[in-house]
Design a protein around this ligand. Structure first.
Ligand code: ZN
Length: 359
């Protein structure tokens, strides 16, 4: 085994113990900057706070990426070890999403350099605020990145999981405007914006629309007081699809549902839409997929090419022309107190990185 299992776990423990909710990644960034520098990397922190490190090597460069932030809560984290897994004590999340990715990258590069194994040039990008809209990756100046192929370590699933496609997401911000009136004395003078929004949502197909497409209404706000017919209702919704035509069709349906329901009530619905991120679709013919497949085979790891349902930094890198897969690294149930990481999968993931970089 090329990597040092104990050191990998010590690094993971340290990373988990440094709290880094989205927007508050400075402490963990300082830690990884020190580690990358000690390993001989040329490290820069960009204006957003993303940490970028370069390691010289031979051949075509490879981007390795993971994100530094976690969801909440993490205060008072206590790591519980059992059955080859690490989890929290159930009162916080663990933060394995994505500290395991960070730990695997650090250990892989450290091992390759320490043992003087010939490897590809590596560009490491540790991003900020992935969890709140891929903010770090979107702000990254990709003209500074020379790699045309990348590996994100930020998927649940066992080692061997290779996410090669992901959906586009469109965010919908809806404001329904009716007319305020006293609810008891003059309700007929009012137009109830909440009722109009509710009618639109009730008639809408949400959840899994088809194999490629999902839709959700996630937040609704409206009204100011019990005794006032509400003038405004705002709704935050989204649709995702790995098929652009289906995505547009779903967004059009949702938009029309709000406009038509509002009109029936004499209200007006203003709907603004924006791409949150774009889909990607790689295949076995793409060099990066081939590289991971060959490295996996070398280690006897079964590869499963899969489609992701979420957005990740991989979406952004692919959009910017860096063909990037997202690897399963052994964490499960992310964003929940039952989140855990299978240590054997994490160890194999670090080994897989070593193999991929030194093919
Ligand atoms: Zn993540």
């Amino acid at each position: 085994m090329l990597i040092d299992r104990a050191r990998l776990l010590a690094t993971l423990r340290k990373l988990l113990e440094i709290e880094s909710p989205s927007g508050k990644e400075a402490d963990v960034a300082r830690y990884v900057v020190a580690e990358l520098t000690a390993m001989g990397g040329k490290v820069v922190v960009d204006a957003t706070g993303n940490v970028i490190a370069r390691f010289a090597g031979e051949g075509e460069p490879v981007l390795l990426s993971a994100h530094l932030d976690t969801v909440l809560p993490t205060t008072g984290l206590r790591i519980v070890e059992s059955d080859g897994k690490w989890r929290s004590d159930g009162t916080t999340i663990l933060g394995a999403d994505d500290k395991t990715g960070v730990a695997a990258i650090l250990e892989a590069i450290r091992s390759l350099r320490e043992k003087q194994v010939r490897h590809s040039p590596v560009e490491v990008v540790f991003t900020l605020s992935e969890e709140i809209g891929l903010i770090g990756a979107k702000a990254l100046d990709c003209s500074q990145i020379t790699a045309r192929r990348g590996i994100c370590l930020d998927s649940s699933g066992p080692v061997g999981t290779v996410i090669v496609s992901g959906p586009s997401q469109i965010s919908l911000d809806i404001t329904v405007t009716g007319k305020a009136a006293h609810a008891g004395m003059a309700p007929e003078r009012g137009i109830n914006a909440i009722a109009a929004a509710a009618e639109a949502i009730a008639g809408m197909h949400l959840g899994r629309i088809d194999e490629q497409t999902t839709a959700n209404v996630g937040v609704i706000h409206g009204g100011t007081a019990r005794n006032i017919v509400p003038e405004k209702a705002t709704v935050l919704a989204e649709a995702r699809s790995r098929d652009e035509n289906r995505l547009r069709a779903q967004v059009d349906l949702m938009t029309r549902a709000f406009k038509e329901a509002a009109a029936r009530h004499g209200a007006v619905a203003d709907v603004s839409t924006e791409y949150a991120y774009r889909s990607f679709n790689l295949s076995q013919n793409d060099e990066v997929v081939h590289m991971v497949a060959v490295a996996s085979k070398k280690l006897g790891i079964d590869v499963h090419l899969g489609a992701g349902g979420g957005g990740s930094d991989a979406n952004v890198f692919n959009e910017r022309g860096i063909k990037t897969v997202n690897l399963g690294i052994g964490y499960e149930d992310p964003h929940s107190p039952s989140e855990y990481v299978v240590i054997a999968d994490l160890v194999r993931s670090a080994e897989l990185l070593c193999a991929a970089l030194s093919l």
